[in-house]
Design a protein around this ligand. Structure first.
Ligand code: FES
Ligand SMILES: [Fe+2]
Length: 420
């Protein structure tokens, strides 16, 4: 009996994936707490790279920023010699959050609880009352600070985006991205950037539902009334989907000035196309064409939880932070270029009204994941989402955005990592 109990404890949750493969995603992966625990291990501590911050946020020695990989709190710090280090933000004494500020400048990190102190590499440098008082108490003689530093992670700077990983096996970031996705990161980070501001947004759903949403060009002009009504993004515009690492990553792109089939939205009875409405103040739709390729909307997904975003002149990184099986937080970092003049900076800030928790375009994404989470509650074990738009395979889709190829790529990556 004891043996059986031990076996049950060791049992990893397993899923019989539907025979249709990545065109299906069992609803159970969105609401099973055991699967969520396994994701923390196999995906977030697995062979994956995670966006941590922009180099522009920690430009000087002793600058730091706090962030997350999965649920793990992380510190990114620039050492006195300029080297960037990543470490888990968890005191090696009792596990307290070591650095409670979001960003700033520090020579060292001292825990508020019992003052264990660490340098910017994450090494433990001192323990309060290590020798006790008056020769009494204190740590045993064999206690060595060298054995009690913070858990360190690998970090890499790719074009000013700082990535981190727990894995010593995953390839470098550029290889991980693949040539097309690396080229897009270079396109966005073509010169020094400056941070314009942040939004944090609660999501009432599993982290994967947001990552699906941001890979889904099918929904964008149907769910988002603002996009279609004001013709900022329509499926009839020239655009497509490129992939990286066999579909792990992707880029959805479109060019507004190249709307070849303008009439395609007529007569479709789409909720998103609202007639006879205008804006009293349309200044936030002022825009400029700043990329030579004509692309006006480009949303990139870097597996598992990072998006780069260009919606006209609004540039941002989105990072999805899991907070339990049916909760997540979306962290937006809006940026522009250091050489922007006042007018361009103002234009980017005004256009940022399109995005974020109350953004004219993206507010619907903040609730639709919750509708799915509520809809799949109580589903049978064998019920699954269906993703056959644009075919059943995972391949780039130049010229066509009525496709779910990038979602199939997401599920393929998920199965690769989870072993399902
Ligand atoms: S928990 Fe940090 S010093 Fe005790
Ligand atoms: Fe959306």
């Amino acid at each position: 009996m004891a043996c059986l109990f031990a076996l049950m404890l060791n049992e990893t949750p397993h899923i019989e994936w539907p025979k249709e493969g990545p065109t299906r995603a069992p609803y159970r992966v969105m609401n099973d707490p055991e699967i969520y625990r396994l994701e923390m291990k196999r995906i977030f501590r697995g062979p994956t790279w995670h966006y941590l911050c922009l180099e522009a946020e920690i430009p000087e020695p002793q600058d730091f920023k706090t962030t997350f990989i999965g649920e793990n709190p992380i510190i990114v710090a620039r050492d006195a010699d300029g080297t960037i280090h990543g470490m888990v933000n968890r005191c090696a004494h009792k596990g307290a959050l070591l650095c409670i500020e979001p960003c700033g400048k520090k020579k060292e990190f001292a825990c508020v609880y019992h003052a264990w102190t660490y340098n910017l590499k994450g090494d433990l440098t001192s323990v309060a009352f290590q020798r006790g008082l008056g020769g009494k108490g204190g740590m045993p003689p064999d206690f060595d600070v060298k054995n009690h530093g913070l858990e360190k992670i690998r970090v890499e700077n790719f074009c000013g985006m700082i990535f981190g990983t727990f894995s010593d096996k995953v390839e470098d970031v550029e290889t991980y991205l693949g040539p097309d996705q690396a080229a897009h990161v270079r396109r966005i980070f073509n010169r020094p950037v400056e941070v314009l501001g942040y939004y944090h947004q609660g999501l009432p759903n599993n982290w994967k539902l947001y990552m699906e949403n941001s890979r889904d060009p099918y929904h964008a002009t149907i769910l988002h009334a603002f996009y279609a009504t004001f013709k900022l993004n329509r499926l009839s515009m020239t655009g497509g989907v490129s992939l990286g690492k066999g579909g792990w990553h992707n880029l959805l792109y479109s060019a507004a000035e190249r709307d070849t089939q303008k009439d395609n939205y007529e007569g479709k009875n789409l909720r998103s196309v609202i007639r006879d409405v205008g804006l009293d103040d349309s200044t936030f739709l002022d825009r400029m064409q700043e990329f030579d390729d004509g692309i006006t909307v480009a949303i990139q997904s870097i597996y598992p939880t990072c998006n780069t975003q260009q919606i006209y002149n609004t540039l941002a990184i989105r990072q999805t932070v899991p907070q339990g099986v049916n909760r997540a937080e979306l962290h937006w970092t809006c940026f522009g270029y250091k050489d922007d003049d006042e007018e361009v900076r103002r234009m980017r800030v005004m256009q940022a009204n399109l995005i974020g928790p109350a953004g004219y375009v993206s507010m619907e994404d903040g609730s639709v994941g919750g509708y799915v989470q509520r809809g799949i509650a109580g589903a049978n074990e064998d019920e699954a989402a269906v993703m056959e738009m644009g075919g059943k395979d995972i391949k780039p889709s130049p010229g066509v955005r009525a496709t779910e190829t990038a979602l199939r790529g997401f599920w393929q990556a998920y199965r690769d990592l989870m072993g399902f």
